[in-house]
Every structure is written in C-alpha cells, then in structure tokens.
Design a protein around this ligand. Structure first.
Ligand code: URP
Ligand code: ZN
Ligand code: ZN
Length: 500
C-alpha cells in the first residue's frame, strides 16, 4: 500500500473498497485523488469531495488504446465517421481513458502541416487524453533529416509505416531509412506488414474472373502476405538493431514468426486486436455488400488463427491489444466507403471497435478464464504505456499516476447492438453478442467522464499527452557481436549519412 499524501486537504475524489487490479497484482483498498493525480492508496481513507463506493466492483486502470483511426482521411480519400468528439466519447464509454491516434501524412503533405491540422481537430473535441502517432508516407530527405526528428522531440514518439497500399507503401530501402532515423532519435516504428504484390496479384485474378464481393477481400489477403512481410520487417529491424512493432497481427504463421524472432532476441514487439479474436473470414460471406462490415486488413482467419492469437497474448508474443478502430460508414451516400463499393478493392479497410475492445476481452478472456485480470490490465493498459512512452503517468493505479480509473461491474450482462454504442459508424460487427462485465464509471485525471450511462465532461476537455521515448527503443540491447562485426560500421555510416 502506498502513501504519498503530505497534505491534510480533503481528497477531490475517493474510490473506496474496490477490488483494484494492476498488471502485477490485485488487492482491496481505497484510492485518494487530488488535482487529477492518485496521491494515496490505503485502507479507510477519509471521504473525498466526490466519494465513490466501489464495494463489490473491480477497479482497473483506464484502458489505453494505442491504435485508433479518428478523424483521419484514408489513403482513398475517405474521411472516418468518427471525429475526436464521437471517437473519444465512444472510447470512454468502453472504459478507455487514453487513445493514441494517427496524424496521417499523404504523400504530398508536409509533416508539420499534418500535425498542426490534427492537433487543432483533437484540441477542440477530445473528451479524454490523447497522443498521436505519425503515419509517414513520404520519407524524403526533408522528412528524415528535419521533420521526423522534430516530431519525435515534440512528444510524438512513434510512427506507422506501411508495406502495402498504393498510396502509403514504402519499399525496403525506405523502411531502412525510416528505421535508422527512428532508432537514432528514439521512436517506435509500427509496421503494417503485408506483401503488396501478393495481394494485388491475387486480387487482379479474382476480379478478372468476376469475383467482386466483399468475401474475396479475405481471399486476396492470403495469410502468406502477412507472414512474408512480417518476416521481412523483422529482418530489416535486425539488420540495424532498431525495434519494430508489428500491428494488427492476424495469422497463425505470423504469430509463430514473431515468437521465434523474439526468442532469438530480435527487437520485435507485436499487437493484435478484437477482430482477430472474435471475427472470422467467413463472417464476410454475406449477401450483397453486407460482408463489407467485416472487412479489415489483414483479414481475420478462422478458429485456428483465433487460438494462435490467444496463445500469443498468453505467452507475451503479442504484448498489446488495441482496437484498430477504423470507423468507416456503410451507408452515407456520396462517399460510401463500404456499402457503395463496386468491388472488394474499393471498400475502405477496417472495422470499428473502440468501445467494445475492453468489454469483449473482459467477457471472453477474463470471465471465461482464458486470461487473468492482471493479464487483461497488462494487455489493455500497462503494456501500451511502456511501449509508447506513457509510463509511469498512465497504465497503472499507483501513487503519482494520473487518476485514470475505471470501475467495472462484473455481473452486468449486455447484448451488443449498434444503438448502444456512441461512435458515429452506425453498425458493429459484434451485433447480438452477449457480453458479461461492463465499465460502469470512468475517471480521467480524476474527472468523472462516464457515470450512470451519461457523459459528464465537455468537448475539448481531453489533453494532448507529449510522450517520452518508448522504453524498448531507448533501452534496447546493444547489437550482438556477430551483427556488430557484420553491420556495425554500416549503422554508423547510416547515421552519419542522415545527420546534417
Ligand atoms: O483494415 C485496417 N486495419 N484498416 C485500418 C488501417 C490500418 O491499416 O490499420
Ligand atoms: Zn495497418
Ligand atoms: Zn489501423
């Protein structure tokens, strides 16, 4: 039990008698909060100005969702349905108190303009705290030498790069350039790993044969496209000893490749998402365009890949569980990203999931005994904080941390329907599922955000969090001797070539 309180002023908030779980253990205690920060965790604290009785409830760190597409223009020029208001409200109702969303560069954009525009959008609307990753689509000299280092210095200490999509794809040479700069300046590189040519080759043959419907999206993204690109991405990371995080891992072989690489000591981390635990490729086999509601990249597989993803979460191969919330509407005339597509190639890729990410894992994972509550906290909050430079401020209930706290009612049963959710998408791929356990009270920096199923905060009250350099990048191991012999000079030359 920790006591950090050296003042007799009353607490602003106390949450009493809850069953508190962190990634490293569970205990029953009271939490005292002042000025948005946890200042005491002990028994029998005196009541705060706001006093919450959490007897019989579970009290967990607020979720961190480190993969959300909010108010983002896709590579195809389609704006997401969720802006920073609806996106963060939806996150909060699902027990998430911090999101990291993507400030996306399109090839013609300059990075400072992208960040300025995205910052303004978020500042005006977000109701919970947020950070940004950069999506880097054009790693030209100006970006690598000046803009990317400045972005990292400003607290945007991670970036995503793509190995597929015509308008985003970087080649291996460019990826190495990006990795070298990220390693030098201390940023985490997130990789969308799919083999572009495998996908487009299969897709072309499918379309030539008249196979246009959404279910062929999954056929065109063979699991080999993911596993090949993942293997290649890891090789690039090993070549210059710079960490990478493979996002939205879907396939059995990909999980195995990452596991083996980690056993070798490779600097590789990985994420998976609800759609790879709870959806299957065959869900997209529906009449008309309905199947588009289930399409994302990489696509979900089947029962075997779901088991592989569960196993990856259990043994630490997959360290973070994020939503990859990609909220594309189905039915908005004019710019219909999903329902208006004439072939599976025109559909916007991605599924919504920001609000159900935690309830789904809680219900299917914790309530059904697949993972412990401590593993749940690690996968949904603590590991994100460590991986993306938010620790120790976020990701744990501890003295000195922001009071981002969620009270869970483990008995509450909910049948999912799109009407219950707070996003602006209008459908959910999890319609009709029964969930046990729900985040009933949500606090962000000590402010009550959600209670009695009502939003209690104003738009624009969330804050930008300038993140530290991620621990796995800053404290990465020195290259092994054999790699130093082979590539040590190369690493030095590469940095020298990129520095002014
Ligand atoms: O299909 C997906 N995952 N869409 C969202 C964009 C991305 O690549 O993460
Ligand atoms: Zn991606
Ligand atoms: Zn994504």
């Amino acid at each position: 039990m920790q006591n950090f309180s050296n003042s007799i002023a009353p607490f602003d908030l106390t949450i009493r008698n809850g069953r508190i779980s962190n990634a490293d253990g569970t205990f029953i205690a009271d939490i005292g909060v002042r000025d948005g920060v946890i200042v005491e965790i002990a028994q029998n604290l005196s009541p705060g100005k706001e006093d919450v009785d959490a007897t019989g409830k579970w009290v967990l760190p607020g979720g961190i969702d480190s993969h959300t597409h909010i108010e983002q223009l896709s590579g195809m020029g389609v704006m997401c349905a969720d802006d920073f208001y609806s996106g963060t409200v939806s996150a909060a109702f699902g027990g998430t108190t911090t999101i990291i969303s993507f400030a996306a560069q399109h090839r013609e954009d300059r990075i400072p303009d992208v960040i300025a525009d995205y910052s303004r959008r978020a500042r005006e609307k977000a109701v919970i705290d947020y950070g940004f990753h950069l999506i880097l689509a054009n790693p030209d000299d100006q970006a690598l030498r000046h803009e990317l280092p400045a972005v990292i210095e400003s607290g945007i200490t991670s970036l995503k790069v793509y190995m597929t999509y015509d308008k985003l794809k970087l080649d291996d040479y460019q990826l190495l350039d990006v990795l070298a700069v990220a390693g030098e300046h201390g940023a985490m590189v997130m990789l969308h790993a799919e083999n572009h040519d495998m996908i487009r080759w299969v897709a072309r043959r499918l379309l030539e044969r008249g196979h246009k419907s959404p279910k062929f999206h999954a056929v065109s993204h063979d699991p080999l496209a993911e596993s090949e690109a993942t293997h290649r991405a890891i090789a690039l990371a090993r070549l210059i000893d710079v960490p990478v995080l493979i996002v939205h891992v879907a396939g059995t072989e990909t999980v195995d490749i990452i596991r083996k690489a980690r056993q070798l000591g490779a600097p590789v981390y990985a994420e998976s998402c609800p759609q790879y635990l709870f959806l299957e490729a065959k869900d997209s086999d529906l009449s008309g365009l309905e199947g588009a509601k289930y399409c994302c990249s990489p696509p979900p597989g089947g029962k075997a890949s779901q088991e592989a993803v569960w196993a990856g979460f259990k043994d630490g191969t997959l360290g973070v569980y994020s939503s990859d919330h990609a909220p594309y509407r189905f039915d908005e005339s004019g710019k219909i990203p999903k329902g208006d597509a004439t072939t599976f190639k025109e559909m916007a890729n991605g599924v919504p999931g920001i609000e159900l990410r935690l309830p789904l894992l809680f219900s299917e994972g914790v309530m059904k005994g697949r993972i412990s509550i401590e593993e749940f906290v690690a996968l949904t909050a603590t590991n994100h904080a460590r991986m993306y430079g938010l620790a120790p401020r976020k990701g744990a209930i501890q003295v000195g941390a922001d009071a981002d706290i969620v009270v869970w009612d483990t008995a509450r049963r909910t049948v999912v329907s799109a009407e219950l959710l707070h996003d602006a998408v209008g459908y959910t791929p999890y319609e009709g599922r029964e969930i046990q356990g729900w985040p009933v009270e949500v606090y962000s920096r000590g402010r009550c955000v959600v209670k009695n199923n009502e939003l209690r905060v104003e738009r624009g009250s969330g804050r930008f969090i300038a993140r530290s350099r991620p621990d796995p990048v800053v404290n990465r191991q020195a290259p092994t001797e054999d790699r130093k012999k082979a590539f040590g000079d190369f690493v030095g030359l590469k940095s020298a070539a990129l520095s002014k």
